[in-house]
Design a protein around this ligand. Structure first.
Ligand code: HAM
Length: 419
């Protein structure tokens, strides 16, 4: 059928059977975030393109290759958000949140993002993240709270096979010396580097560290370790995090090459990998970004956060049973005669108002078909309404768990379920 219109490559529809799983994750996130003192922030789907260029960085893959950027009717340069840290910081500055809400602001989000990547399992062009940003504290306790927060949510969701990778990319000052030595290290290998890495050698040599090209990975084995270049304060900060994680029995691996693909990080960077997802195994990325607020025009404000990919988490959870039941009481109305439907519809309105889940067949199908619906809907009770019952203003209620059936007054249905 060539005239049909299909969804865009790399996007997907979430049908009711799957949205149950989405709700399961979203509910857990809302609940935990509120318990931990994080308040939800929602920002617009599109922003000025400049916001992402200035924060994520012109040389990053996201800005240079993946953004959905366009001009609107008034020739404004706009971009569908490819990430949420920059929009949240923009909002933080714009609403003067420090002045209005205090020196420590803890925010969280659940939203969709847009990146024009090559679609594959776990890599979409429209995808969703939940994440948190703690703005105002420069201390490692805040990094720890952020890491523990996401680990706690992952545990509640039932994610088992995960591995935490952690690194420190140092403050801007300590990174400068490292950059110089890294450039010197790559100099004799320059010919073997890809065109992208050659360019990055000039613009941002740290980004070569997370190269996926086998030849470059081989060269990188002997690259200097950023840890040796960290200042005393950077090291203290990093060691506090590592020793706290150890004392809390949290397993992690230090990955000296974890620089992350976004330019705004300083000091701590981390990723959480799941072996249940396939090749796109990163289910969470985060870190500290102490100079971003200032870079976007605010006053110097340290911050740290994370974002976790919901689409990938769902792949990791795909073998787990996620309960569909929202309430133990659900009713199917089984009606023998269509002529009573107007009376029944007003009763259904009443029942639904009182919080009951009620199913009613608007197709005017046979009793057999209505019973099949009851099974499909996994209801706890059926209300059987036939002409004999209606003439006497009665209904039959059958409890499908106990198979007990009772006859009650039509006007008593609500009270029956209240009991
Ligand atoms: P990110 O590493 O770009 O970091 O993304 C975080 C997570 O989003 C990834 O680990 C992955 O699970 C998911 N994700 C990314 N791209 C895709 C895609 N194309 N399809 C499906 N899932 C994807 C950030 O976005 C930073 N803003 C995180 C952060 C918050 N850093 C500090 N605060």
């Amino acid at each position: 059928m060539k005239n049909n219109i299909y969804s865009i490559k790399g996007t997907k529809d979430i049908l009711p059977i799957d949205s149950i799983k989405w709700k399961f994750i979203e509910n857990k996130v809302h609940q935990t975030m509120e318990n931990w003192g994080f308040g939800q922030i929602r920002t617009p789907v599109f922003e000025k393109t400049q916001l992402f260029k200035r924060s994520v960085g012109e040389e990053s893959d996201i800005v240079s290759k993946q953004m959905y950027s366009f001009k609107d009717q008034s020739e404004n340069d706009l971009t569908l958000r490819p990430e949420l840290t920059a929009p949240v910081m923009r909002a933080y500055i714009q609403h003067n949140m420090e002045r209005h809400y205090g020196s420590l602001n803890k925010l969280y989000y659940i939203d969709s993002l847009y990146r024009q990547e090559r679609p594959q399992a776990g890599r979409l062009r429209e995808f969703s993240q939940f994440g948190a940003e703690a703005i105002g504290s420069k201390n490692p306790e805040q990094d720890i709270e952020i890491i523990f927060l996401v680990l706690n949510i992952f545990k509640d969701l039932g994610l088992d096979n995960i591995n935490i990778l952690i690194n420190s990319v140092g403050s801007i000052e300590s990174r400068e010396n490292y950059k110089k030595d890294l450039i010197n290290f790559f100099e004799p290998h320059k010919k073997k580097l890809s065109e992208t890495s050659k360019k990055r050698l000039q613009t941002n040599p740290l980004r070569i560290l997370d190269s996926k090209i086998p030849e470059e990975i081989e060269i990188l084995k002997n690259a200097p370790d950023i840890f040796d270049y960290l200042s005393k304060n950077d090291k203290e900060h990093f060691n506090f995090i590592l020793s706290t994680m150890k004392s809390c029995n949290i397993k992690f691996s230090r990955d000296p090459k974890l620089v992350r693909g976004l330019d705004y990080y300083s000091r701590t960077t981390f990723e959480i990998i799941s072996s249940d997802v396939g090749s796109q195994s990163a289910i969470c990325g985060g870190g500290r970004y102490d100079s971003l607020v200032e870079k976007l025009g605010g006053k110097p404000t340290p911050a740290v956060g994370f974002a976790a990919g919901i689409d990938r988490i769902l792949i990791a959870l795909s073998k787990k049973e996620i309960s569909q039941k929202t309430s133990s009481l659900a009713i199917q109305i089984i009606c023998f005669e269509d002529i009573f439907n107007h009376k029944i519809l007003s009763k259904i309105l009443e029942l639904r108002k009182s919080g009951l889940i009620v199913y009613f067949d608007t197709l005017r199908r046979s009793i057999k078909a209505q019973m099949r619906e009851a099974n499909k809907n996994k209801v706890s009770h059926v209300i059987i309404i036939g002409s004999h019952e209606m003439e006497n203003n009665k209904v039959q209620i059958k409890d499908l768990n106990s198979s007990k059936q009772v006859e009650i007054d039509f006007d008593e249905i609500n009270n029956y379920f209240k009991k």
